[in-house]
Write a protein that binds this ligand. Structure first.
Ligand code: NAG
Ligand code: NAG
Ligand code: NAG
Ligand code: NAG
Ligand code: NAG
Length: 299
């Protein structure tokens, strides 16, 4: 078939559009939901008002000021944004969505200790057999569950599946705002990708890295927070069939925990969720290795 130039142009545009869609750095923006006239997007903290979710370049520094506004700055990427305090975002309180954490193990650090570093390799599971717009979020993370600092902060490198695999650093929710770094792609089943959260006197760093060393990170002012709880979790949204889960295992391995006294710690994991749907289970293979299974027949 002979293609004339306008058809050619059209093909070109379609191609560009589909490339952009597949490589969207912030895939939650690919599916905006309108509820009561407001735009919402899916995040690891539930469905959030789009205006409370901030897409920032890798390496961006998050600073909270006392008046409730947030500064997002990244000198290297020539990026700066001031997010004004927003009653609307504060009201949403998106940190309370534990029922979506379908598989969750956690550990309270020893008394009077806080986290210095938590790192893991994530074994990327099989791609789900069916895609019904489901969202899967696999992460290690930490929270200041002791009430230290201005408010609860969740820090997570999140291996995500939404029509494809990608890896992003997320922080929620200073003043009700969620901040995410660009997605890292080039992730395929059975890869080992690397995630870490690291806390020093002044800052918190969240790093997501694929097997090729491509990274996406966020840095956050520590603001007096002591990170006292760590977890390993699968969180899900919009699953409509068991085949929307990967078949077989996902594994967090070689997990290392370092406390603020620079001593390494052996976590005593607690399973908060037990067996889950579609033959779901979490297995603590040893203190440094946790696997999440779905869709395997019960032995
Ligand atoms: C923790 O610190 C408090 C205050 O300094 C002290 O009273 C308590 O004994 C400490 N607990 C442990 C287990 O060290
Ligand atoms: C955990 O520490 C061990 C020993 O230092 C190291 O070999 C391993 O790579 C570390 N795990 C991660 C995820 O980096
Ligand atoms: C945070 O931890 C440090 C060191 O353990 C301690 O001195 C401080 O009191 C803690 N802060 C809060 C708010 O608990
Ligand atoms: C703490 O970490 C931040 C970012 O990860 C780094 O820029 C800073 O130099 C570190 N501060 C100290 C005291 O090590
Ligand atoms: C779920 O998936 C199975 C296997 O692909 C299929 O047979 C079944 O019809 C699906 N059910 C629904 C409700 O989509």
């Amino acid at each position: 078939m002979k293609i004339n130039s306008s058809q050619n142009l059209l093909l070109g545009l379609i191609l560009i559009a589909s490339v952009v869609t597949a490589q969207s750095l912030h895939p939650h923006d690919d599916e905006i939901k309108i509820i009561d006239g407001e735009q919402y997007v899916q995040t690891p903290f539930g469905l959030m008002l789009r205006e409370c979710v901030h897409n920032v370049p890798s390496g961006t520094h998050i600073q909270e000021s006392e008046d409730g506004s947030i500064f997002l700055t990244n000198d290297e990427k020539n990026f700066a944004k001031r997010v004004q305090k927003s009653e609307k975002c504060q009201k949403a309180d998106p940190t309370k969505k534990p029922e979506q954490w379908i598989d969750n193990n956690g550990w309270d650090l020893p008394a009077n200790k806080s986290l210095s570093k938590f790192e893991a390799y994530y074994y990327v599971p099989n791609t789900p057999r069916t895609t019904h717009d489901q969202w899967l979020y696999y992460f290690i993370g930490s929270q200041n569950n002791d009430g230290s600092g201005p408010q609860l902060s969740i820090i997570q490198p999140v291996l995500s599946y939404y029509k494809g695999w990608y890896f992003q650093s997320w922080n929620c929710c200073p003043d009700g705002q969620a901040i995410n770094s660009p997605s890292i792609f080039n992730i395929t089943p059975h890869d080992q990708v690397y995630g870490s959260v690291q806390v020093n006197k002044t800052s918190v760093n969240i790093l997501s890295q694929n097997k090729f060393g491509e990274q996406s990170s966020l840095t956050i002012d520590r603001n007096g927070r002591n990170f006292t709880w760590i977890d390993a979790t699968l969180e899900i949204y919009d699953i409509s069939n068991c085949t929307d889960y990967p078949k077989g295992r996902m594994t967090f391995s070689q997990m290392n925990v370092t406390l603020n006294n620079e001593m390494s710690a052996i976590p005593q994991w607690k399973d908060y969720t037990g067996p889950s749907e579609c033959n779901g289970k979490m297995v603590v293979e040893d203190p440094q290795t946790i696997s999440i299974f779905h869709n395997l027949l019960q032995e």
